[in-house]
Every structure is written in structure tokens, then in C-alpha cells.
Design a protein around this ligand. Structure first.
Ligand SMILES: *Cc1c(COP(=O)(O)O)cnc(C)c1O
Length: 391
């Protein structure tokens, strides 16, 4: 693979997924080895002093880490990537790399719960000023910019309530103010939304979700553009971050089938979202890929596909009837996270401080897995029967 003369930028995304990072495999193996390393030895003092050896210490990179980092950087079209032991670690490191006491950060009000907790505790204690903004604020973001605004943090769509953000516009407003635009790009798998082409400086993923894809690994990734890379890389090193080699391998193995899996997730999710929209128990389906759903126009403009995660709002009903539905599902399980091969269903209670969340009834988040959609629809239909019987 390393001898290839083609310009990889011209390759189609699916081809990149199947071939990216393979130059780090040796001896003709298709896949890189799982290197377990702390000490890496040097042949002589001159090499040690010159610091020119490609690998110098376990935490500073191995062929296993460079393979997955190179592959994710190429998948997302960024300058380079570092991987972390979880999505949360990736987010925390990025925030700490670019924010210092006295700085101001604008954070989407539909942000992932742990990111909100990070802002309200650790960052607030460090003297970072935080303002939450309505995820669909648009041009009005300008009114929230301050002289000390250093970062605009985006998550699109919001992983519970699915608001699609006008990323190019918000990133432009950030840049005009001298701030950077950082995106939590987990929902698209970094595959269906090109963060850098839409103006972002950094794209973060909870690679725990679609990249890994099998619910068996915690993993995070941060891809930077060339401008933000040095400062991020410095913070990553200083905080001593690295991921386990087995998890790096699992992430790389998952990434190879991302195109196939996402295509199926989307196909099934669309069938099920359309069916749900017709059900009398359902008030609203929040799936940006669904025509007429909130955020559909922006999704169509900026995304090349959709993943299998969406939410629904039920018509007003009791907790007891929702429990009757969820407690006895056969194929959908209740559990956190998503992006694996299996379907999940979860009651959600969105937190809002800067925008409104208008739902008269309970909200559920569904991750549509790789089971056949007919079986999943039958499972949901039996669930609605239980819900109605318990009302
Ligand atoms: C799951 C998730 C995270 C956190 O990732 P972990 O790997 O669980 O730490 C961050 N952002 C979003 C949108 C997520 O869904």
C-alpha cells in the first residue's frame, strides 16, 4: 500500500475506508499488528539524541496508533488525528487545549450531557465563561459573541433532539470573531458530514459509536485542521493521553465496514421512521433524513447520508404505559450509547437552559441496528399494543 502512486484525495469515500492507514501494516499483512509497547529501544546514542526514530516511546505513538489515526484523519478530510480512550476524553482534551481562564466559549444547548457537565464543573472552576446558545440560533449567534470568545462548540444534529445546525454559518461567525469552531461529529460517523468542508477547525467523534460499530469498545477521536493541530497535539501529549492498542485495532476493524453499516442503518431507519410517523401513538418523528422533519432542509444541503439514530415524541401518556412498552421489547434493548449493530430504545429527558424543548408527551430515542426492519417494526407494534393496554 505504501508504494501507491495515486492521489488518495481523488478516491471515493468507500475506497478510502478500505485502504486508509494500511501502510502501517508490515510483512505483507493486510492489517497492522497490535503493538503493546512502553519502552522502544534505540540502536545507538546518535539515533537517541537525534530524535529521528519514528517511534520513541509507547505513549507517543506506535504503528497501531498511526494506522487508526491516519485512517480517521483521511476519512474526515482533516490534517491529522489523535485517538483517546473515550469520546468524553477527546472532548475534554480539546476544550482544555484551547480554553484558559478568562476565555469565553459558546456551547450548543443540545450538547451531549457529559460535555455540559464538563463545562459546568471543571471548565467553570478554571474560570472559563460558558454561554449556551439555541442550537438553531443562526445569525443571532453574533449577539452572543464577546471580546473573549475563543471557541464555538457545535454538535449537529444534537444526539437526543436532532436539531441540525447551520454549521457553515456558525463557523463563519466564530472565525469573524477570531474564535475556532469545534464540532461533535459523532452522529454522521465523520462519514456523512465533512466538518472541514463546512468550515470547522476540529471534528470530534465518540468513535465508541459508529466507527467501532460493535458496542465492544470505548474510543474517541479528534481530527484537526493544520492551524489547530500544533496546539491540540501539545495538549494531548501533556495530558498523557493514549488509547489501548486492542481498542485501536477494534476501531480500525470497525472503520473498514463503516460505509456498508451506515448505508443499512440509514435504509432501515428511514423505513421505520416513516412507519412511526403513521402511528396514532406518535406525535412527531425527529429524524433529519425524513422529508418534512425538523432540520430536513439543512440536512439535505450539508449531509451526504444519515445514521440510524433518531428520536420520537409520543402523544401524551403515562409513565406506566411507556414502561409497559419498553420493559418487554424483544429486539430493542434499553441502554446508553449507540452506533452498534443492535437496536436500542431509550426514554430521554432533554435539558435546556438557553432554548425551549417543546414536547407534550414522552420522548424516546431509537438506534436502528442491523436487524431486518420488518422484525423491528413488529417489535415496536407489539410495544404500542402494550402501551395502549396500560393506559
Ligand atoms: C456517546 C457520546 C459522547 C461520549 O462518548 P464516550 O465514548 O461514551 O465517552 C460524546 N458525544 C456524543 C454525541 C455521544 O453520543
Amino acid at each position: 500500500m505504501s508504494k501507491s502512486k495515486i492521489d488518495r484525495k481523488t478516491l471515493k469515500p468507500a475506497t478510502k475506508l478500505a485502504s486508509a492507514g494500511r501502510e502501517f501494516a508490515e510483512h505483507g499483512m493486510v492489517n497492522p499488528a497490535i503493538y503493546r509497547a512502553s519502552t522502544i529501544t534505540f540502536p545507538d546514542m546518535a539515533t537517541l539524541k537525534s530524535a529521528k526514530q519514528p517511534y520513541i516511546y509507547g505513549r507517543r505513538g506506535t504503528p497501531t496508533s498511526r494506522a487508526i489515526e491516519t485512517a480517521i484523519a483521511e476519512l474526515e478530510g482533516g490534517f491529522d488525528c489523535r485517538v483517546a480512550p473515550s469520546g468524553v476524553a477527546a472532548i475534554t482534551t480539546t476544550m482544555l487545549a484551547f480554553l484558559k481562564p478568562g476565555d469565553h466559549v459558546l456551547v450548543t444547548d443540545a450538547v451531549y450531557g457529559n460535555t455540559r457537565d464538563l463545562c459546568n464543573t471543571l471548565l467553570a472552576r478554571l474560570g472559563v465563561e460558558i454561554t449556551y446558545y439555541d442550537p438553531v440560533i443562526g445569525e443571532k449567534l453574533r449577539t452572543l459573541i464577546k471580546s473573549n470568545t475563543k471557541m464555538v462548540y457545535l454538535e449537529s444534529p444534537g444526539s437526543q433532539t436532532m436539531e441540525v445546525q447551520d454549521v457553515p454559518l456558525l463557523a463563519r461567525i466564530a472565525h469573524e470573531a477570531g474564535a475556532i469552531a469545534v464540532l461533535d461529529n459523532t452522529w454522521s460517523g465523520g462519514y456523512y458530514f465533512n466538518a472541514f468542508a463546512h468550515g470547522c477547525d476540529i471534528s470530534i467523534q465518540a468513535a465508541t459509536k459508529y466507527i467501532t460499530g460493535h458496542s465492544d469498545c470505548m474510543f474517541g477521536s479528534v481530527v484537526c485542521n493544520e492551524t489547530t493541530w500544533p496546539r491540540f497535539q501539545e495538549a494531548y501529549g501533556l495530558m498523557g493521553l493514549f488509547a489501548g492498542p486492542d481498542d485501536m485495532y477494534l476501531a480500525l476493524r470497525g472503520l473498514r465496514t463503516l460505509d456498508l453499516r451506515l448505508e443499512r442503518h440509514m435504509k432501515s431507519a428511514l423505513v421505520i421512521a416513516e412507519w412511526l410517523r403513521e402511528q396514532p401513538e406518535v406525535e412527531t418523528v425527529l429524524y433529519p433524513a425524513l422529508s418534512n422533519a425538523p432540520g430536513h432542509a439543512l440536512w439535505k444541503r450539508d449531509f451526504t447520508g444519515a445514521s440510524g439514530l433518531f428520536s420520537i415524541i409520543l402523544k401524551p401518556t403515562t409513565n406506566k404505559s411507556v414502561a409497559a412498552m419498553l420493559d418487554d421489547m424483544d429486539l430493542f434493548s434499553m441502554g446508553y450509547s449507540w452506533g452498534g449493530f443492535e437496536s436500542l430504545i431509550l426514554p430521554i429527558q432533554p435539558i435546556r437552559v438557553a432554548s425551549s424543548w417543546a414536547a407534550n408527551g414522552p420522548a424516546l430515542r431509537l438506534q436502528i441496528g442491523l436487524e431486518h426492519p420488518d422484525d423491528l417494526i413488529a417489535d415496536l407494534a407489539r410495544g404500542f399494543k402494550r402501551l395502549n393496554a396500560a393506559t
